[in-house]
Design a protein around this ligand. Structure first.
Ligand code: HEM
Length: 355
């Protein structure tokens, strides 16, 4: 099995920097991905309802979805680069093993994105047919998420890679891994929660401007948020018990850092549920953000633990070359400033068109 793991390339800066940026940019990707998938799913579910609130929520989602999809894709690029630099020996192999599905993501994304635009631009014209377009978007995005979870788990299992010799067609998935489904559902249900919270946040901003119907939208959003977060606790538990015992024990006292982050994360998720059911939008947002940070750390510890017998990033050879990283940091800050500016301009021009 060890023969199947390619040698590692040297890295240009100390691994801690690359890991920090991997986790930081991944958190951004996750937040946008959750908002995108969650709001799209909630819009689809509300398409079956006739109420004014349902119509208003779906309309709002339709106009924001193309932006959020663009942000999801763009914030995905940075962690992909850092992941390849640090874990190239694993992620390249798993991507090749599932190449057909991996490359199909581009097509699925195009279809889902296009359909989201149709949903937005044709919202009034399409009538009840618009449901079809949001359904296409949701299905495509959910399939993409499934392929990501397959890759993120297949990279951790070099013991599965020799299956390539029976099926050398780039069509391997990681379906026999017991963590696959709970892990995937963990991401999907998180999306429904974050999507609901996003709707509640938009509602709160509008209520502050004196819009009466906003209250009903906040209630709708917070219902999705609280129910999904509660469900998430059970799915998280299911995920945890499918992890191999030797790794599970690391999170149950054997490793103090892993255990403490994991326990604080679980504690925070309970707090998030309580805040959600009390309809405290700001407190829920803060608590949810902290939970996501801790769960992202836990996910990273899990990856380190899985790969421990084959690899450790601290062993990667370093050939110092700090200038590309400095350019990256400068571009990141400049890019973020540009995005804020563009969003402001977009917001102002939408306001002008509507007035
Ligand atoms: C727009 C549809 C997308 C969806 C629904 C989606 C969903 C997901 C999900 C569910 C995961 C977590 C997988 C797991 O750990 O089990 C993930 C991870 C990831 N996604 Fe996305 N993603 C999308 C687009 C993209 C794009 C276009 C890129 C890159 C250009 C990208 C880059 C990444 C990376 C690098 C990770 C893994 C980071 C890590 O393991 O540290 N994603 N995505």
């Amino acid at each position: 099995m060890e023969n199947l793991i390619p040698g590692s390339d040297p890295i240009p800066v100390a691994w801690g920097w690359l890991k920090f940026f991997l986790l930081l940019t991944f958190i951004f990707h996750l937040l946008f991905m959750n908002t995108m998938l969650g709001t799209a799913f909630i819009a689809l579910a509300n398409s079956f309802k006739k109420s004014k609130t349902a119509l208003s929520v779906t309309k709002k989602v339709s106009s924001k979805l193309p932006y959020v999809i663009a942000f999801t894709i763009n914030t995905g690029v940075a962690p992909l680069l850092f992941l390849q630099v640090l874990y190239g020996s694993f992620i390249y192999v798993s991507s090749v093993l599932m190449a057909v599905y991996w490359l199909s993501i581009l097509l699925l994304l195009l279809l889902g994105y296009y359909s989201a635009y149709m949903y937005d631009f044709g919202f009034n014209r399409l009538g009840s047919w618009r449901m079809l377009f949001i359904a296409i978007t949701v299905i495509n995005l959910m399939i993409i998420g499934f392929f990501f979870t397959n890759n993120a788990t297949l990279m951790l299992h070099p013991d599965q890679w020799s299956r390539y010799f029976d099926r050398p067609f780039g069509t391997l998935l990681n379906l026999t891994d017991p963590t696959l489904w709970p892990r995937y559902l963990h991401f999907m249900v998180a999306s429904f929660a974050v999507g609901g919270l996003f709707i509640a946040i938009i509602g709160t901003l509008q209520r502050n401007k004196g819009l009466e119907k906003a209250d009903r939208e906040i209630t709708l959003g917070m219902k999705w948020f609280s129910h999904a977060t509660l469900l998430q606790i059970f799915i998280g538990l299911w995920f945890f018990i499918t992890v191999p015992k030797n790794i599970m024990l690391l999170f149950m006292g054997q490793n103090i850092l892993y255990t403490s982050m994991f326990i604080i994360g679980i504690g925070l998720s309970f707090l998030t549920v309580i805040m959600g059911y009390r309809k405290k939008v700001l407190a829920s947002t803060v608590s949810m953000l902290l939970t996501i940070v801790l769960m992202t750390l836990t996910r990273d510890f899990l990856r380190t633990a899985y790969l421990n017998e084959h690899f450790h990033i601290s062993k990667l050879p370093v050939i110092p070359q700090y200038s590309p990283m400095i350019v990256f940091i400068v571009s990141l800050v400049a890019g973020l400033a540009m995005v804020v500016l563009m969003l402001r301009w977009a917001h102002q021009s939408i306001k002008k068109v509507n007035s």
